[in-house]
Ligand binder design. Structure first.
Ligand code: HGY
Ligand code: MN
Ligand code: MN
Length: 413
């Protein structure tokens, strides 16, 4: 197929990204589309509408992952899966996740213009709750789909307001139905030929090196905790300092000790992203302090050892493990396919380990999987200033389209 025949449509890709960025837009240019919230559901409805106009049929599994099937609809022939997520961080950027979904739709657009060729079915995957910002943990939907997280446990998880995943999913599904969208059932851990995801790097490597394409070889490992420290509420003025049971003072000392312990581990990245204090009144000694720990490393044994070191602090707080995910290597065949496509298009590429985790980490357990990265300005992400230049968007989409076509081409084409 000539370059021209499988060229992506620049205006269509950029226009759709712009249109979705208006759903849940924040006043400083960022976006908030929390998992299963009305804004995310609205963006899902938009994507489904565009895909159905191409003849796609929409499926959903029991945890709310969406699959938009193109080609050989109705058969259960294993498709090539391509996609990402539409949910965002509470103060998120306009490319994390959505870039991969719009680019996946563009794959179907290009395939649908090749009516004279036979391809395996292709499905656009829109994973549920990749961010884990509203409902812990991150990559929940793909973890359940791959059998890495029990469905019942996931449905029972509640957000800060006490609403469960199950109730939020019921509401979101009802909204799609009210918009005239019916979703056929899809079993968990279904069969796929391969999975490819396009994503911004969310780090500075590609931009610093001037590489247009990142060929992702692995995703580093991750372990997340919720840490609960207890104390006793009391009057801020009347209770003497000695003998106080101040939960926040205890938590601050514990955070400092954990920091010291983890700072000594080479290459480890750890973050305390959230601290909650109760009752949270200016003149009451905190009775409870809760904080989160996010720890990442590319080597399994180092990650395991770090988790053991953290859990040695058990005597001072209650540690709840939210997710443990070993480092994931991607399929060497898919890595090579992406590299060949980038070369064919004259795009500079380099192999890279992903610092962030992605749904592909779980889907890799179901089928050969791989990821394509493009640079984002300053490596900034999970931030309203997240930005991906139009040329990088189009180069990444073009490499995704041709990788999917290579994987979906009938053998011996
Ligand atoms: O946590 C992560 O790495 C992903 O961005 N949710
Ligand atoms: Mn993402
Ligand atoms: Mn993210």
């Amino acid at each position: 197929m000539s370059n021209q025949e499988c060229a992506v449509n620049r205006a269509r890709v950029l226009g759709r990204l712009e249109e979705i960025s208006r759903i849940g837009a924040l006043e400083n240019g960022g976006v908030c589309r929390l998992a299963l919230a009305p804004e995310e559901t609205e963006s899902r409805a938009r994507l489904i509408g565009w895909a159905q106009a191409l003849g796609c049929v929409a499926y959903a599994d029991a945890i709310g992952n969406l699959f938009l099937r193109f080609g050989n609809v109705g058969s259960n022939e294993a498709p090539v899966l391509v996609g990402s997520h539409l949910d965002t961080q509470p103060v998120g950027g306009n490319f994390d996740g959505v870039l991969g979904v719009i680019a996946a739709l563009e794959c179907v657009e290009v395939l649908s213009s090749q009516s004279d060729r036979a391809f395996l079915p292709v499905e656009i995957a829109i994973w549920c709750n990749e961010e884990g910002a509203r409902f812990n943990p991150t990559t929940m939907g793909s973890a359940v789909h791959a059998g890495h997280f029990p469905l019942a446990d996931a449905l029972a998880i509640t957000d800060a307001g006490g609403q469960s995943v199950e109730a939020a999913l019921r509401q979101a599904t009802a909204s799609l139905r009210a918009a005239g969208i019916s979703l056929a059932p899809r079993e968990l851990a279904a069969k796929y030929r391969a999975y490819v995801e396009l994503h911004i790097e969310q780090g500075p490597v590609l931009e610093n090196e001037g590489s247009a394409i990142g060929v992702v070889t692995d995703i580093q490992g991750l372990v997340q905790y919720r840490v609960e420290v207890s104390g006793m509420a009391g009057h801020a003025g009347a209770v003497p300092m000695e003998g106080r049971q101040d939960a926040l003072t205890r938590a601050r000392a514990l955070m400092a000790d954990i920091d010291k312990e983890l700072a000594a581990i080479d290459g480890l990245r750890f973050t305390i992203g959230r601290i909650d204090v109760a009752p949270g009144s200016i003149n009451t000694i905190p009775a409870r302090a809760e904080f989160t720990l996010d720890v990442r490393h590319p080597e399994s044994d180092v990650l395991t050892r770090s988790a053991e070191q953290i859990e040695r602090f058990r005597g001072r707080a209650q540690f709840t493990r939210l997710i443990y995910q070993a480092p994931i290597p991607f399929d060497p065949e898919i890595v090579r396919t992406i590299e060949t496509v980038a070369q064919h298009r004259g795009l500079g590429s380099r192999r890279i380990v992903s610092g962030a985790t992605h749904d592909a980490a779980h889907v890799a357990a179901l089928c050969p999987a791989g990821m394509i990265f493009v640079p984002c300005r300053g490596g900034i992400s999970h931030n309203e200033n997240e930005y991906c230049a139009p040329d990088h968007i189009i180069h990444g989409t073009q490499v995704l389209v041709e990788t999917v076509m290579a994987l979906a081409g009938e053998p011996g084409q």
